[in-house]
Ligand binder design. Sequence first.
Ligand SMILES: Nc1ncnc2c1ncn2[C@@H]1O[C@H](COP(=O)(O)OP(=O)(O)O)[C@@H](O)[C@H]1O
Ligand SMILES: [Mg+2]
Length: 243
Amino acid sequence: MTAILRLEGVSKSFGALKVIDDLSFSLRRGEALGVIGPNGAGKSTMFNLITGGLTPGAGRILFDERDITRLTPPARCRLGIGRSYQIPQPFGGMTVFENVLVGATFGSGKPERQCHESCIAVLETTGLLGKANRLAGTLTLLERKRLELARALSIGPKVLLLDEIAGGLTEGECQALVETIRTIHGNGVSLIWIEHVVHALLAAVSRLVVINFGALLAEGEPQAVMNDPRVQSVYMGIDEDAA
Ligand SMILES: Nc1ncnc2c1ncn2[C@@H]1O[C@H](COP(=O)(O)OP(=O)(O)O)[C@@H](O)[C@H]1O
Ligand SMILES: [Mg+2]
């Protein structure tokens, strides 16, 4: 299977602190890839490097075999890289529909009129159609998480990057969100999901990457990775479900 996204020897430092350290891995076309690692391991920074908010000090990032390392964030978005934020970032004073419309228009470059239908489809997929006219600032945590997902989907992504979208939800809410993510993946979107709620992650991904101190600690079939003694020693006491 070919890679739709590839990191090659990527490093990033903030001053003297090396946060990403010679990191290489691939996302295969059509794959759902899980990423785990302790707090501060550099996972969100890795997403910021992929989406262009940050530029690596070394290494390359390839999307569809094209080097995107120096492209602007909007250019990467229009190529089809969508993301959600660990802390939801909605436009609180706009409605749910308007939030999604912003992503659909600016993310695709199409005129607003042509985007209404796709916005409705996105709201339907993410379970927010009934909340379309609510102000985003009044949503519950689960609804805000769903809106993060909807905004990321609104650009029509080929690759979806999800940053700890299940954190803070009840078990039932978490399961419902996993179902939504599985549906999105089933519709052909390749995705990378960073998640501490490991049992949720394992219900949706077929391969795992473990990042520790900004470097690749392990990768492979999820159960084998979770049973790896190096991974267990890093994870002991962090996630009860995984232990
Ligand atoms: N813009 C920044 N400036 C300085 N340090 C940063 C910046 N962003 C992240 N860091 C540091 O980089 C490390 C990794 O952060 P992060 O990527 O958020 O980790 P994770 O998502 O794995 O918890 C942390 O020590 C964090 O404080
Ligand atoms: Mg993070």
